[in-house]
Design a protein around this ligand. Structure first.
Ligand SMILES: C[S@@+](CC[C@H](N)C(=O)[O-])C[C@H]1O[C@@H](n2cnc3c(N)ncnc32)[C@H](O)[C@@H]1O
Length: 213
């Protein structure tokens, strides 16, 4: 299954949907084609990227079902939007988008890196995370975080801040094993004592995560 297909499987039916950083707009097309939303906003900071989605969704734009906005993050998105997707950008960028605007009512996030920063921000700001797990596509791992703006009752352990909620999941274990193999290979290099110690600590932490049930 490709990344977009897998990512879309996390999206719920809603009335209004926003695809922030939409680029080609494939996820919005999935929502509309499957009757999962009545109206959508496609937004991107780059006019050139947004144009790709406007072309793909031209018929929907023409009839007013889709509104295209060239803007930074959530600036052009109504706070009442039912579900917001932000995928394919860095975790720090996603946090900065929230800081500048708001945490959406319902969100599906797929950071490309620094996922921990997204978790920490959401938890510190009262959001409720219902899904936080990796999926695998094309030999790569991607984390998806799904949740709501309010109702925080999550208690994350240190290992979950690093690897998500589903530590016993098969894909999480596979992800940790893959990262562990890379760290062990790194130890074969000629490293400064300080760096070696840090990597050894990380390895021992990861081994602990793999042994958790
Ligand atoms: C790699 S693409 C991901 C596209 C699509 N969401 C996906 O997951 O396949 C990242 C997109 O996010 C846009 N982007 C980056 N930072 C942004 C921001 N602060 N606000 C809106 N769009 C942003 C980029 O212009 C680019 O089109």
């Amino acid at each position: 299954m490709d990344r977009i297909e897998k990512l879309c499987s996390y999206l719920d039916k809603c009335t209004t949907f926003a695809d922030v950083g939409c680029d080609h707009g494939y996820c919005t097309r999935y929502m509309l084609k499957n009757g999962l939303c009545e109206a959508a906003v496609i937004s991107d900071i780059s006019a050139k990227c947004l144009q790709k989605a406007e072309t793909l969704l031209a018929d929907y734009v023409k009839c007013g079902t889709v509104k295209a906005v060239c803007c930074n993050g959530l600036e052009g998105v109504n706070e009442d939007t039912g579900q917001v997707l932000i995928a394919g950008m860095g975790g720090e960028e996603i946090v900065s988008i929230f800081k500048n605007s708001f945490i959406p009512q319902n969100f599906v996030l797929q950071p490309m890196k620094n996922t921990r920063a997204v978790r920490e921000y959401l938890l510190q700001n009262g959001a409720q995370i219902s899904v936080d797990e990796p999926f695998e596509s094309g030999g790569k791992f991607y984390f998806v975080i799904k949740g709501k703006r309010s109702g925080n009752s999550n208690k994350y352990a240190e290992s979950q801040l690093e690897y998500g909620l589903n530590l016993s999941g098969e894909i999480t274990k596979k992800y940790v094993r893959t990262e562990l193999t890379k760290k062990r290979a790194y130890l074969e290099r000629d490293l400064k004592d300080e760096t070696r110690l840090k990597i050894e600590e990380e390895i021992s932490f990861m081994e602990g995560v793999l042994n958790e049930d």
